[in-house]
Design a protein around this ligand. Structure first.
Ligand SMILES: [Zn+2]
Length: 197
């Protein structure tokens, strides 16, 4: 019985692993082996995707995307369109919140000696010819997160916000004021001045 249970455990582990690998393989394209001039893929960047790319800005999300790679004379055009939401932490209360993201991008891809990515053109090593566009997708989604992101009014974690506001108020004092408030000698001097007056 125990043996069967262990075996089932192994099978489900490898099944999950295989499923995740398959998901990540959908973000790879063999440029040299493209049978058609245009390849289109409809994908969903989900928690597995964000866990696999390991970017700092996003760990969770659900973003539907369409990727189209078109072969040109010397380069390939990668067109990307996406829409969905990602989880980020609120600037006001630091609790998680869902941020809608939507965008499109056009990236030039060409074959070359070594991998390069300057934000507009990506060079894929000709030896392998495999374009892995998972990081390109991640970057484009992350670019759509606004600098300031907060919960709608009234939805912040108020307890957390109060703690943060107290912390900020304390941080706002000048170093001299903080020193006076904590240094007992200032307290003694203050008493001396008040008794002399
Ligand atoms: Zn909030």
């Amino acid at each position: 019985m125990i043996f069967v249970r262990i075996l089932c455990g192994y099978i489900s582990f490898f099944r999950n692993f295989a499923r995740q690998m398959e998901k990540q393989d959908a973000y790879k394209l063999d440029l040299k082996g493209m049978l058609d001039d245009v390849v289109t893929r409809s994908l969903v960047a989900d928690d597995d995707f964000f866990a696999a790319v390991q970017g700092d800005a996003i760990q969770h999300g659900h973003v539907a995307l369409q990727v189209q790679v078109r072969r040109g004379e010397e380069t390939f055009d990668l067109a990307l369109q996406f829409q969905g939401e990602v989880e980020v932490s609120c600037d006001r209360c630091l609790e998680p919140m869902l941020q809608p993201v939507e965008g499109e991008a056009l990236i030039k891809v060409r074959l070359g000696d070594t991998y390069e990515d300057d934000g507009e053109t990506v060079v894929v090593p000709e030896v392998s010819g495999i374009l892995d566009f998972s990081w390109l997708v991640y970057e484009q989604i992350a670019l759509q997160i606004p600098l300031s992101h907060v919960h709608p009014d009234g939805e912040c974690d108020e307890a957390m916000r109060n703690v943060l506001m107290q912390h900020e108020a304390h941080d706002g004092e000048s170093p001299e004021e903080v020193e006076r408030a904590t240094d007992p000698r200032w307290e003694a001097l203050r008493k001396l001045i008040s008794t002399n007056n």
